[in-house]
Design a protein around this ligand. Structure first.
Ligand SMILES: [Zn+2]
Length: 224
């Protein structure tokens, strides 16, 4: 597994305080200046030269509370109550090593998804988690699970689009439109893909790189 041989200096310990059980603990984070993008898949899954940041983006406390790193701290009192009732009270402790495999990362994302459900998270957050799970299954060559989670992501993003604020983590409105269009193509839903692509291309202020990708996608759709 390539991530087992990563240069260790790329990772460092970051301290978190669990908002559910108040425990302080450390989790691995990535020095982004030591990690460069080398390529990007058609649905914007970026490949890095040293460490795949997707693997380390879910923070898990020993109590069973888990969330994406940049929203780990933000829980309302009511959400803490919901998580205690439906997640942490039933959670069986799982040990995770410091260097994670794709399989371990997927389990952490699934726990984050369970927490997202318990805390009644927005569709955008659930979509984002499913997108990352789909990508990790791609790395494992598990096409069936990849497809299933990318489809969940697509459905959540489409719901988010009509009712939620952007950005969804690092995904702005136009990037999310592109991802919906590309995931629709992958799902064989060409009409939906073309609808989102056509709308995206005409958006004012679309960055050139995203427009190029959208135009390529439209060409592919015409061929398919
Ligand atoms: Zn905790």
């Amino acid at each position: 597994m390539k991530d087992k041989n990563i240069p260790l200096e790329v990772l460092y310990d970051k301290t978190y305080e669990c908002p559910v059980c108040d425990t302080t603990f450390k989790s691995k984070a990535i020095r982004s200046r030591m990690n460069k993008v080398v390529s990007t898949d058609s649905d914007l899954y970026s490949r890095f030269d040293n460490v795949n940041p997707v693997i380390y983006d879910v923070i898990v406390c020993k109590c069973g509370y888990a969330a994406l790193s940049n929203c780990f701290d933000s829980l309302r009192p009511k959400q803490i109550e919901w998580i205690k009732k439906s997640v942490t009270s039933k959670y069986k402790f799982t040990y995770y090593p410091e260097i994670l495999t794709e399989e371990e990362a997927i389990n952490r994302y699934k726990l984050a998804l369970l927490n997202a459900s318990a805390k009644k998270a927005r569709n955008g957050e659930k979509g984002y988690i499913c997108l990352k799970i789909g990508w990790l299954y791609r790395d494992l060559g598990d096409r069936q699970n990849e497809r299933a989670f990318l489809e969940h992501a697509r459905q959540y993003f489409m719901k988010a689009f009509s009712s939620e604020r952007f950005p969804i983590f690092e995904l702005d409105e136009l990037t999310t439109m592109y991802i919906i269009a590309e995931l629709s193509r992958k799902a064989g839903d060409f009409d939906t893909s073309l609808k989102w692509t056509s709308e995206l291309i005409t958006k004012p202020g679309i960055p050139a790189r995203l427009k190029d990708r959208a135009l390529d996608l439209r060409d592919t759709l015409r061929e398919e």
